[in-house]
Design a protein around this ligand. Structure first.
Ligand code: FMN
Ligand code: ATP
Length: 143
């Protein structure tokens, strides 16, 4: 049986940290589906620069990713109910609480475990492993 993994995030300006996360998530099973956050749900940091469909299409083009979809506008558990994954792979710094997600999965009768992925260690000196850091660098260099 196919083991389906879900990863999620904003994925505004891609960098090697995203690739690390998605490759690690893909290695947890057979099929990786990525839920790309809607702008309205990115409320814990600055609004993404790139439109949602653009963010989705670029993630969808990555080798580790079988399919990327735009998330639900209001209820983040609707796509999970539809996709019925075996594992939700949380990013190393995602603000979501594992126990709260597990409670909601149980409440909705979804049999799925929650795993936490690791952070990418900077491979080279000047590697920029955060969208915010890339934007800060652009502002610094171009202003
Ligand atoms: C299990 C799970 C499912 C998610 N599904 C959706 C969704 O359907 N729609 C959406 O806009 N965001 C969804 N998200 C993304 C969260 O809203 C997201 O973590 C956040 O907005 C993106 O921030 P980040 O890139 O800092 O992780 C989901 C997150 C998790 C953990
Ligand atoms: N350096 C990294 N190593 C491993 N995973 C990462 C790294 N950077 C981001 N991720 C993961 O990729 C997913 C999407 O991240 P997100 O789009 O928030 O990018 P970000 O670079 O962390 O953004 P920002 O720096 O603007 O907060 C999240 O699950 C996050 O944990």
């Amino acid at each position: 049986m196919t083991r389906t993994i879900i990863a999620q995030g904003t994925f505004d300006i891609l960098h090697p940290g995203h690739v690390h996360y998605l490759e690690e998530a893909a290695a947890m099973g057979d099929e990786l589906i990525v839920i790309v956050a809607r702008k309205a749900n990115v409320d814990h940091k600055e609004t993404p620069i790139c439109p949602g469909e653009q963010r989705r299409a670029v993630v969808d083009a990555l080798e580790a990713v079988n399919r990327a979809i735009l998330g639900h506008e209001e209820d983040i558990f609707v796509p999970i109910e539809e996709l019925d994954p075996d594992v939700i792979a949380l990013g190393h710094d995602q603000h979501h609480d594992e126990a709260a997600i597990e409670d909601e999965l149980e409440r909705r009768g979804i049999d799925c475990v929650v795993e936490r992925a690791s952070a990418r260690e900077p491979a080279a000196d000047a590697e920029l492993l955060s969208t915010r850091h890339i934007i800060d660098r652009i502002l610094e260099r171009r202003s």
